[in-house]
Design a protein around this ligand. Structure first.
Ligand SMILES: Cc1ncc(COP(=O)(O)O)c(C=O)c1O
Length: 409
């Protein structure tokens, strides 16, 4: 075997070969953070991780045995790009309950919603194309679309999500490719867009002939209040809806889906063919088995209850243990809340102090496409840590905040 020495003469000058678009690519701050936070003694509020102790391991094991015994040739074979038909039928039926009236032919299975975001970039974003998001917004979407050299226009977000009344002047002036919306239990803000804002958005989109991307990984994880009609139900002709099993079943399966007008789905299918031919046949069949046998429904009920308790523990701990001058959102579901600390504390710098106390969060500025806000905010995840760890982590952060404020006089 030849071993190539890493000397100046023999090493490849690879950087000059990189495509132009890689200049916009950055490693996700969260993935980098997760490396630190995976140390065993760190209490992490940083990831968007479901509670691993609740994964339906036995049921998934049974599904694997069943599929390998009864349908091995199908389970281990290549399959269609669109995805497993029975799974798409199940999804069409379950989304119809929320008012989304698309059939299985309007559904494309993806390798997680993250792939859906990437495929949308591939199909809709030319270099320099403008897209509209809230600020803050989901970091993974920024990352996916930066790679296609998108330019971001942003509108502010309040406790009811995207401030849609800021959109019209922007869409009148610019020609955005689409508006990206996280309607339920927003990542990172934990906010939910009320029905009147959804209707306003749809009217605006119709008036200006706009496309809407509705990213909804958390909608099924509502702890309180009533479900709100999805944008895809209000404007099926111009909405691409994204769903995923990552938060309701297990992210390791990497199964998500896209729903939308047939012509757009056709384009996304072509884009996916070039990416990975299809999502794992076996994983799709496992998800289908779990869903069809009613296990998913029971599991969702269980995690809703546990996450709701953890959210309450976090809210109560914040109330009790954080200094004056802090505030936070009170999400009705999902995995995250958004906390604001006094102006003089920069949450990027404060991360070092927090990590010394062995607690982690994600600094707010990571969720701003232009990095121009969120400096005194942080995203806190409440699904992953056990309740006693949540109390302890919030206590440590509260103590660090007090010390920092005292140091600054
Ligand atoms: C808003 C949002 N969209 C998409 C994703 C990607 O999810 P996945 O690829 O695991 O389905 C996430 C994950 O955290 C998310 O929060």
């Amino acid at each position: 075997m030849t071993v190539y020495a890493n000397s100046a003469e023999s090493s490849l000058n690879w950087e000059r070969l990189l495509a132009h678009r890689t200049q916009n690519m950055q490693s996700s701050a969260i993935r980098e953070l997760l490396k630190i936070t995976q140390l065993p003694d760190v209490i992490s509020f940083a990831g968007g991780l479901p509670a691993p102790e609740l994964f339906p391991v036995r049921e998934i094991e049974e599904a694997c045995h069943y599929l390998l015994r009864e349908e091995p040739m199908q389970a281990l074979q290549y399959s269609t790009t669109e995805g497993n038909r029975p799974l798409r039928e199940f999804l069409a039926e379950s989304m119809a309950r929320y008012g989304i009236q698309h059939g299985p032919d309007n559904i494309q299975i993806t390798t997680g919603s993250q792939q859906a975001l990437d495929l949308i970039g591939k199909v809709f974003i030319d270099p320099g194309a403008l897209i509209i998001t809230a600020r803050p917004t989901y970091l993974g979407a920024i990352q996916a679309w930066r790679a296609y050299e998108a330019r971001f226009l942003t509108v502010p977000l309040d406790d009811d999500g995207m401030q849609v009344d800021h959109l019209e002047p922007i869409v009148k002036k610019e020609a955005p490719r689409f508006i990206y919306v996280l309607p339920n239990f927003h990542n990172p803000a934990g906010t939910t867009l009320p029905e009147d804002r959804r209707r306003y958005l749809v009217d605006l989109a119709r008036k200006h002939d706009l496309l809407i991307i509705e990213d909804d990984p958390y909608g099924a994880l509502r702890f309180e209040g009533e479900d709100i009609i999805p944008i895809a139900a209000l404007a099926p002709e111009r909405t691409i809806y994204l769903g995923t099993f990552s938060k309701t079943l297990a992210p390791g399966l990497r199964i998500g889906w896209i729903v939308g007008p047939a012509e757009i789905i056709g384009r996304l299918v072509q884009a996916k063919q070039g990416a990975d031919l299809h999502s794992s046949t076996f994983d799709q069949m496992i998800a289908n088995d779990i869903a069809q046998r009613g296990i998913l429904r029971v599991h969702i009920r269980k995690i809703r209850q546990v996450y709701s308790e953890r959210r309450q523990v976090m809210l109560d701990s914040l109330e009790e243990l954080w200094p004056n001058g802090c505030s936070w959102t009170r999400p009705q579901g999902g995995l995250f809340l958004w906390a604001r600390v006094p102006e003089q504390i920069n949450t990027v710098d404060f991360m070092k102090t927090a990590l010394e106390k062995k607690v982690a969060y994600v600094p707010g500025s990571n969720f701003f496409p232009h990095g121009d806000g969120g400096f005194n905010a942080m995203r806190l995840n409440f699904s992953n840590a056990q309740p006693d760890m949540i109390v302890e982590g919030i206590r440590r952060l509260g103590q660090a905040l007090r010390e920092e404020l005292a140091n600054r006089g």
